[in-house]
Design a protein around this ligand. Sequence first.
Ligand SMILES: Nc1nc2c(c(=O)[nH]1)N[C@H]1C(S)=C(S)[C@@H](COP(=O)(O)O)O[C@H]1N2
Ligand SMILES: [Mo]
Length: 318
Amino acid sequence: MSIKKSNTIKSYEITSESIYLERRKLIKSMSIASTMIPWGMTWSQSSKEDGYISAYKRNSIYSTSEPKNSFEDITTYNNFYEFGMGKSDPYQNSANFEPAPWNVKISGEANKTGVYNIDDLIDSNALEERIYRLRCVEAWSMVIPWIGIPLANIIEKLEPNSKAKYVAFETVYRPNEMPGQRKRILKWPYIEALTMAEAMNPLTLIAVGLYGQDLLNQSGAPMRLVVPWKYGFKSIKSINKIHFQESQPKTSWNMAASNEYGFYANVNPEVDHPRWSQSRERRIGNGFFGAKQPTLMFNGYQDEVAHLYQGMNLRKYF
Ligand SMILES: Nc1nc2c(c(=O)[nH]1)N[C@H]1C(S)=C(S)[C@@H](COP(=O)(O)O)O[C@H]1N2
Ligand SMILES: [Mo]
């Protein structure tokens, strides 16, 4: 999956000349002794935001107007245990991962099973931008401008049959490229799943990009799930298998600690994690650092998804 780069306007084409010159000055004034990488990163990463114009139409109904996290926050503070457990490990250890070419195996209760190239699975004309909150179970959150397509758009093409009650996802297993998979941090490959109703909900996204460009490896290249009303661990990265089934699938974090991580994992300020409160969260980012804010039911997406859980005991089905 490749985002059409030809439509993307480069930062220097739209940055006003004075700002451009100021940046040149900044670069020139940097000590010659400083290495290339630190200022190079500052340059490219700030330009990704300042010069950021998405070639994709923003879905205004499903996008929050809260301030977005910076490209740097979003791509250097990650959970992706395949590359290590530290927040900067995915950014530091994912350079050898090869997200192209990419095939996805579709199996189980559907008519159109088989192995698909990512470009045949994802209709690039249907890609759009959606700015979603992401709430990690660890009580931090971010606001991210995704480029993606509703998962429903993909599922419809695959024609699941009436036995398909759940959709299960798998992350690619490549211990040669993913150093975390060489350790027993979790049982590999990482697996996650949704009910069919959750998977078909219009909020549920398969993301292929953010800030108008292809996903970087640490963000789950080339395609990952984004389920904005659930804790971040449901949003499985680098998916290469999708399976339709009748019984409830196993999921990685539930297998690791079933008392801490349920199958549903809906964001819920009233149901605490056994080791900490879920009533508040810390928005990642310099401007907000340390500022805690209340966590909202279903991460604020209750109008869109509360009906999926009507009558369910959300303490029992956490
Ligand atoms: N394959 C895989 N997917 C994963 C994870 C992981 O460790 N491996 N971590 C999850 C967790 S706990 C969170 S909070 C989100 C973080 O997504 P982000 O790094 O894009 O913010 O990815 C989720 N998807
Ligand atoms: Mo998370």
